[in-house]
Design a protein around this ligand. Sequence first.
Ligand code: ASP
Length: 442
Amino acid sequence: MIPYYDLKAVKFGGSSLSCAEQIIKSAGIVKSERSRRFVVPSAPGKRFDGDDKVTDLLIKSFRTAQSGGDISEVFGRICDRFNEIVAGLGISLDLSKELSEIKKNIAGGATLDYAASRGEYLNGLVLSSYLGFNFVDPKELIIFDDNGVFDANETQVRLSAKLLTLENAVVPGFYGSTVNGEIKVFSRGGSDITGAIVARAVGADIYENWTDVSGFLMCDPRIVQDPRPIKTITYRELRELSYMGATVLHEDAVFPVKLAGIPINIRNTNIPTDPGTMIVPTAKDFTSRDIITGIAGKKHLAVIRIEKDRMNQEIGFGAKVLQVFCERGLSFEHLPSGIDTMCVVIAESEIDGKERDVLTAITKAVAPDSIELEKGLSLIAVVGRGMINAPGTASRIFSAIAKENVNIRMIDQGSSELNIIIGVDQEEFETTIKAIYKEFCA
Ligand code: ASP
């Protein structure tokens, strides 16, 4: 049974608001349920392959101004986009004052964050006018500290105080400001984060994130044809899959709603009848019959394999190895270890050019019996809360891979029993994912 939700915060991505036609669809979704009272828009995205996102045009305007150029041409394209949208919606909104002020500010040396944020600001004005909703500028409500770090507590206090006085509101995504009102943006795709912040601020029952796909798929459709959609996934599982490369939602969007225990529903604006993917705090009410929730992976990894007899008895061995990475500001991905071996898995891009220095430093620090570095590794994570109760999952995975003659170079099972990570040569990456999908999901 689909639960009933009283209060929803809804976010629409750039493709859902790229032109008047898409905005009409999105507004129709908002209006179809009275619970959809708080709406977070992105800036207009691409209308077709090869089109520009408004955010990119704004960033281009900023860069042109910065290098002393004339922004009229590129800014003119932004004006055309909004004028076309307003005309297509048939609203009597006049953006000319706003547009010329933004143009003047960018040409006059406004910051990159200010420029980048204006697409959401303008689209917010458009959507609030079309929906007849209040417009709430997140400036001075979504707060960043002096180091540019998002301040969740201050934001919660300010934003909920404002929003809870309102019947409805459109809050532009992607940006906020310092306490002094200087505009700051999140990283790209950050309207997802605003949606989560708004959901938490109003105490929503659910955060709906409307985009152009019907949620998460069990694996990358470029590898497996038409993979099955994921119906429900827990925050933990999602974290594992996104870390390994699955994208749909901004990674940081999970934290605000996770804190408040609010589920996220990824939905497709173009097929609103699809239930999409539910991301839930715990799987309690959303039992899954599937053993595996999803499969994702990463390529271009290197592994440093360190061996030393009786390593386990040497106190501080691991700390000394990791100190080498820490001192060089290198971040590693995984640490699979055996009785007398320790492996450090690190992105090739992170260690490129520093190999000799790192190996020499480790040798000096722990005097290993042997140390070697190998590149070209890929890691594949098989993630699923259903694995805990399904004995024999690991052996099914391994025999499916063995049937394809793929050599497993590394195995790492997280202590949560939520995932099994397998290392294979990156040439075998696709074959391995296909084999696991076929065994469990096809
Ligand atoms: N418009 C911003 C971007 O293109 C933020 C977003 O759409 O979420 O990254």
